[in-house]
Design a protein around this ligand. Structure first.
Ligand SMILES: [Zn+2]
Length: 346
């Protein structure tokens, strides 16, 4: 099966009331973990890579690893997505590397850290849509700046994220503006700011509506019932993964992520893509730490990378099942980007 445009998967998810996890990758074992989880659960797949991940893995390795995934799992539709593109040129380079979907994050300027004004965001996002849709490539935009409603701080991960203090209005997507933004840019998916942030340290306690504004999602969905929303920074940071890391010599501070039941509420209200990275990173690290602690005589990387891959696969299966994408891969008729360009043109 060819890699498919992300829009194809989001439309199917919307028509059938489920959400899709979008997992970040930068190496072979992560891709293998996701694909094995998808095979076991019959799940369509969104794999994404940040700019940092592309530079770590190198585009050519990544491109061929994704082609290998498509070849090895012909029954699974896979979308390959650029996470947090900082400029039209980053999105263009992703498309040249076989990505079938790109995010133009115009909430920040192209330095990836300075909050941008609204007109700039509309302009660069529209520019990317105009470039991508004729090629059948999907586009995700972002409105509002990701960061913590507890601290007012933006956050940085993989070199991308707002710097310094942000006020409340910047940290929450405005529903009026969302309507205008979607109409003017024609994005396929809209990332919303609701108080989630990247990384493990999202909340200092189990989040309530004060710091995780699910009501914004409900409000935006009422205004834009046909827009696919994206929740960024939506790892759940499960206690058991924190405990495994710390039991085997790690030093993670106690933290809380986005509870799976809040994500499920989002999915009932128009969220179709849920970005998950930290949980997988933690699963991998915990599994490796365990082998190192229990079998310090071992030195073959496979002795710890296999358990690491299995641990990540378990997280992927849990999310695919909880978000409802399990059981849907076989129901999606694949459409290549070239054919999909005609859908956009019509
Ligand atoms: Zn993000």
């Amino acid at each position: 099966m060819p890699l498919v445009p992300m829009r194809l998967l989001l439309d199917h998810a919307a028509a059938n009331n489920y959400g899709l996890a979008a997992f970040n990758v930068n190496n072979m074992e992560q891709i293998q973990a996701i694909m094995e989880a998808a095979k076991e659960t019959d799940s369509p797949v969104i794999i994404q890579a940040s700019r940092g991940a592309r530079s770590y893995s190198q585009d050519a390795y990544l491109r061929h690893l994704m082609l290998a995934a498509a070849e090895l799992y012909p029954s699974i539709p896979i979308a390959m997505h650029q996470d947090h593109g900082n400029s039209p040129s980053t999105c263009k380079s992703a498309i040249e590397q076989n990505f079938t979907s790109v995010m133009m994050d115009g909430s920040l300027k192209d330095d990836g850290k300075t909050p941008a004004d609204y007109d700039y965001n509309v302009s660069v996002t529209r520019q990317v849509v105009d470039m991508a849709h004729p090629l059948g490539i999907s586009v995700e935009g972002e409105l509002g700046v990701l960061g913590s409603l507890e601290t007012g701080m933006g956050e940085k991960e993989d070199g991308h994220g707002a710097e310094g203090h942000l006020d409340h209005s910047q940290l929450l997507t405005d529903p009026n503006q969302a309507e205008d933004f979607v109409r003017r840019t024609k994005v396929d998916a809209l990332a919303v700011a609701i108080g989630t942030s990247h990384g493990a340290y999202k909340f200092t306690r189990k989040p309530t509506g004060e710091v995780l504004a699910m009501d914004r999602i409900i409000e935006i969905h009422k205004r834009l019932p046909n827009t696919h929303m994206v929740m960024h920074g939506s790892s759940s940071v499960p206690q058991e993964l924190q405990d495994i890391i710390n039991k085997y010599g790690g030093k993670m501070k106690q933290t809380w992520g986005v509870p799976v039941e809040e994500i499920q509420l989002g999915i009932k209200n128009g969220v179709r893509k849920v970005n998950v990275d930290t949980d997988n990173r933690m699963a991998i690290t915990g599994a490796i730490r365990k082998v190192f602690a229990e079998s310090p005589e071992k030195f073959d990387p496979r002795d710890y990378l296999k358990p690491a891959r299995d641990a990540m696969k378990k997280v992927c299966i849990a999310r695919m099942t909880a978000f409802g994408q399990a059981g849907n891969a076989g129901k999606i008729k694949p459409v290549a980007t070239r054919e999909f360009a005609r859908v956009y043109a019509s």
